[in-house]
Ligand binder design. Structure first.
Ligand code: MG
Length: 162
């Protein structure tokens, strides 16, 4: 049996914060505002995994007002969500991601980001892809006010042929 999942997130960009994608800090003038560390890509991947397994969503697992998650390492939250998915009997097959922002450019950092996600999820980096897009000046991402991430993932149950 296979299941697909989708995750989407957006974070406001402000001065004085780090710009993190899957725990990798990119050189940038602004970074993601958030109760946690604001890692938009880690959040989108977490939601894709939890949704594919029908376990819940990131806000249920790690409530944003909860002081335990203030400045939380979002890659740690992703690892915990992935553990829950594995405990439910699912194997992660692949993930594909899009990050949308005007700056910074994602491509020079893409393979490090892929390796960070692969390491956290126990996947071969070949099973993880990340694409950077600009928004052509349109909307909050295009105006440089926000960064967005979209992710899909595929899960399989080992005991069933797929
Ligand atoms: Mg978020």
């Amino acid at each position: 049996m296979i299941r697909i999942g989708i995750g989407r997130d957006i974070h406001r960009l402000v001065e004085g914060r780090r710009f993190l994608l899957a725990g990798i800090e990119l050189p940038a003038e602004k970074g993601e505002l958030g109760h946690s560390d604001g890692d938009v890509l880690a959040h989108a991947v977490t939601d894709a995994l939890l949704g594919a397994a029908a376990l819940g969503d990131i806000g249920e697992f790690f409530p944003p007002g909860d002081p335990r998650f203030k400045d939380a390492d979002s890659m740690d939250l992703l690892r915990r969500a992935a553990e829950s998915v594995k405990r439910a009997g699912w194997e992660l097959i692949n993930i594909d991601c899009v990050v949308i922002c005007e700056k910074p450019a994602i491509l020079p950092h893409r393979d490090r980001i892929r390796e960070a996600l692969a390491g956290a999820l126990g996947l071969d980096p070949e099973a993880v892809f990340v694409k950077g897009k600009t928004a052509e000046g349109l909307g909050p991402a295009g105006e440089g006010l926000a960064v967005e991430a979209e992710t899909v993932c595929l899960l399989g149950k080992k005991e069933d042929p797929y």
